[in-house]
Design a protein around this ligand. Sequence first.
Ligand SMILES: [Zn+2]
Length: 385
Amino acid sequence: MGLVTANIHVKGVPLRRAFVEHTDPTGLTSLGWAITDRNGSFTFDAGLFSNSVDIKIHCQNSVVQVLNAPVLSAPIDIHVSVANGGTVKVENTGHNDVLDHFRILAKCQDVYDTVWRQFRPYNDSDRGDFPLRRPAGDVKHVYNTASRVQLNYPALLQSAIPSILTFVEPDASGNHSLPLMHIQNRTIEFRVFEEDAAAHQVDPMIIPHEFGHAMHFSAVSSNTRANFEAQYIGFLATHATNAYHDVNRPTTPFVAFIEAVGIFSERFFFFKKLVRPDVEDVALRQAFFRDELDHQTLGNHLVYVPVGTRSHGRITPALTGNDTEGAIYGAIYLDFASQVGLREAVGLVLDSQATSFDEFHTYVSGRGNNAWLTALNHAKTTWRL
Ligand SMILES: [Zn+2]
């Protein structure tokens, strides 16, 4: 028998923990399944006298399934042949119609690994590679049955109102009441891919931000998700014709609380990538809130709205009020985090099922931990929430 081990990359990025199917040359008969490792590598038995395999690379990994919106949101796979020791570069396979989908697949994985898997509930031992848990059974069974976020690209919904094409549906009926991300076409939304963002002097923040919403929504109960869905979709529908939210623009306490999660996700991701790629874990988390309060180094790298500063241990907010996204972000993910730890702060947000800062405060108060409550009250006063 001949074992074939090969790699899959997309534009230089390994396709990690993606589902790969071994097929016959027609692609019609399935011969086995594998999940790529952290290098994008997999192994199949090619059989006697063979040094290569036919494979289908599915546009699904352990965190997300990317769907092809223009063709009725169908799942995506590409069929290629690869020899032992070879590297499949998705951009060279003649499947340019779905190249962007595979790039987004890899990016969601990166945001999960860089940001979310260190925070509960995702740091539980039954999650890890699979944020929504890996079912028991073989890889084919996992591919078919695992809960995962879904992502529709390029989003086609509500094309008359392009300003709301990019959003995360918290409670999508088509995804078993789990989140479905709608990502606007790169021809309109320049913040999806690095090269488009660079050409238009904006940041490639869409996936780091929106995947943060998906992780927040995935962590709460189905009842809370339904509540988010009703409020968030209602908000998007009524605010669609305005530039409807931003770090420093007052909105509703609900939207401010939800959006603070997205701001945290995108800033933590870029902080690790652009400012401190040299640190991990607790050192990274501490470096993050300290730098955001004391130096705002991200301001040298991103289109950046400062939310507040700290000098001699005293925080001076630039933004205040529980209806302002940047104030909620500063209060919870910087100020409260600097007192109780970022892991605790993020964990409590996801534990709380809260839909506003007031509900979050009520939850923390009910936990009976005096140190947490004192810290949160301090932040509440500082940021005038
Ligand atoms: Zn958002």
